[in-house]
Design a protein. Structure first.
Length: 162
């Protein structure tokens, strides 16, 4: 493949990554918002195929020692919610809607359903109660079970067994 072909494919991928969403200001700073309705089960955002072995504040964990790295693209601005409208599909490197998403709605994932151990835990106020989001390994077996529909297979295999 020539450099021109690589560039052309890169341009196409960027267009696809941003096809249905855009980054804009939100309560925690910036977030990703749908620009058109998205049906449950449809992909929402493709993840950039750039990886690190170690987690960072902006990475998305896609394997036991594989973290999608910060690139400044749309996927880097997806915020957390305890009631997310998307989940991480680690096999296809994309976010998939878990319920219908309306135009203008912020795209969110539950970080505890995608990260084994967050590089930077944070306070969550989703349900009006302050709690610290630290990662899947810090949840009780019951909390892990409640997240089962959102958890990728590699992460589920590491769950706490009681």
């Amino acid at each position: 493949m020539t450099g021109d072909q690589d560039q052309a494919e890169g341009d196409t991928r960027s267009a696809v990554i941003d096809r249905r969403c855009r980054v804009q200001e939100s309560v925690p700073g910036k977030g990703v918002f749908a620009i058109e309705p998205i049906d449950a089960g449809e992909w929402v955002i493709m993840l950039s195929p750039v990886f690190d072995e170690q987690p960072s504040r902006h990475s998305i964990q896609v394997g036991e020692h594989r973290h999608q790295a910060y690139t400044g693209e749309t996927d880097d601005f997806v915020n957390h919610s305890c009631m997310p409208n998307a989940r991480v599909d680690t096999e296809n490197l994309r976010l998939v809607a878990v319920r219908p998403v309306t135009a203008g709605e912020e795209i969110t994932i539950d970080y505890e359903a995608s990260e084994w151990d967050l590089a930077e835990p944070f306070k969550c106020l989703c349900d009006g109660q302050v709690r610290v989001v630290r990662g899947f390994r810090h949840l009780s077996a019951a909390e892990q079970l409640a997240l089962a529909p959102l958890v990728p297979a590699w992460l589920w295999e590491r769950r706490t067994v009681t």
